[in-house]
Design a binder for this molecule. Structure first.
Ligand SMILES: [Zn+2]
Length: 367
């Protein structure tokens, strides 16, 4: 299922709006209507919301442009109500690059906050945020913008993975320690800091801080698993995990031919071909549903699983792992540089390859 909406491109980078962001905007508008806020206050509130959205986007663009400077391709920027995410096609090669790319986002917020200083009403202090945010007024707008950017910079600079501060510290540690030791150190620091946030939240009764601390604690386990996986996948390419065990259906196949193919095996997915060329992947369930509808002319091309791109045979597993579909058995066609399909792969194929690999290594060590 597509969970985000592409809104525009900036320097070739797709900017996606996650559906939860639209729900969040709708919720804010609903609250304003329920509270029967005057129109000018409602406009300022929505203006503040859009300003936060813009600052988060600029923060992510800071990361993206720094990454492009180091030739790290960007897949997309996704905007969620809790912040933004920049997805890289591959990880930065050197710790120094990771440090600079991670610093670029918070740096943008620091620059915006500095630009706001001359526009601030005199005598109002930064920590009166709730007062300012609660007292929505056009005169507070620049102060609100200043506060939001200081908070965005400070929150992102906490030394906790996967926040920018965590990545910066990981990069600095990797400059002086072995990569595995640096990772273990930043993982421990992240866990301690997340616990501290949760405990501070419990002591002060701040629910948001408790949720944020617990979320970051959970994320540290995700980061650990990703690191272990990345170290297992390090040198392998897609061509190492290709399977030839797949069935094809021709785009011009008749109903009877389709039925014969579906009944002859237990495969769940099929590769759709046309004149020897791969067009996409079909799900057995979708084909069966279309067959049951008894449409006059069944067009298989219309049943293709959407947004399923092919994989390049020479791509590194570490670079494509996060792009693989969530459905572990869903096959993805693998193509050579001259667009020739040479097989398929899936999360299941890759995991069994890794298990075999680990077992072979263990046997070698035992011998
Ligand atoms: Zn960031």
């Amino acid at each position: 299922m597509k969970n985000s909406l592409k809104i525009f491109f900036i320097k070739g980078i797709p900017i996606q709006l996650h559906w939860t962001f639209l729900v969040f905007i709708a919720w804010v508008i609903l609250m304003l209507v329920i509270a029967r806020e005057p129109l000018n206050i409602a406009f300022v509130s929505i203006g503040e919301l859009l300003a936060v959205f813009l600052c988060v986007l600029l923060h992510e663009l800071g990361h993206a442009l720094a990454a492009q400077f180091y030739q790290v391709p960007i897949r997309e920027i996704q905007l969620l109500p809790i912040g933004g995410l920049t997805f890289f096609e591959k990880q930065p090669a050197l710790p120094r690059q990771e440090i600079i790319i991670s610093m670029a986002g918070p740096l943008v917020n620091v620059i915006i906050a500095l630009l706001m200083i001359p526009l601030l009403p005199t005598g109002t202090v930064f920590w009166k945020l709730t007062e300012i945010a609660g007292n929505v007024h056009p005169a507070n707008f620049f102060h609100f913008l200043y506060n939001i950017n200081v908070i965005l910079a400070l929150l992102n600079l906490l030394p906790i993975l996967p926040l920018d501060g965590g990545k910066i510290l990981k990069g600095i540690l990797a400059l002086i320690l072995k990569p595995s030791t640096a990772f273990r150190a930043i993982l421990s620091i992240s866990r301690v800091m997340s616990l501290v946030l949760t405990i501070v939240g419990l002591i002060t009764g701040n629910l948001l801080l408790i949720i944020y601390g617990c979320f970051l604690l959970l994320m540290s386990t995700v980061e650990k698993n990703n690191y272990l996986l990345a170290s297992l996948l390090r040198d392998e390419t897609i061509s190492d995990v290709i399977s030839q065990d797949f069935k094809t259906i021709h785009a011009a196949a008749t109903r009877q031919e389709i039925l014969d193919t579906l009944c002859s095996d237990n495969d769940r997915y099929y590769v759709l071909t046309d004149n020897g060329e791969m067009i996409g992947v079909l799900d057995k369930e979708t084909i069966l549903r279309a067959l049951m509808n008894r449409e006059e002319k069944m067009v298989l091309k219309k049943l293709i699983i959407p947004d399923l791109s092919f994989l390049s045979a020479d791509s590194k597993l570490t670079d494509v792992w996060s792009r693989l579909p969530a459905r572990a058995d869903l096959i993805m066609p693998v193509m050579t540089a001259n667009k020739k399909m040479i097989g398929v792969t899936s999360r299941d194929h890759i995991i069994s390859f890794l298990l075999n690999h680990a077992m072979t290594n263990q046997t070698k060590q035992a011998l």
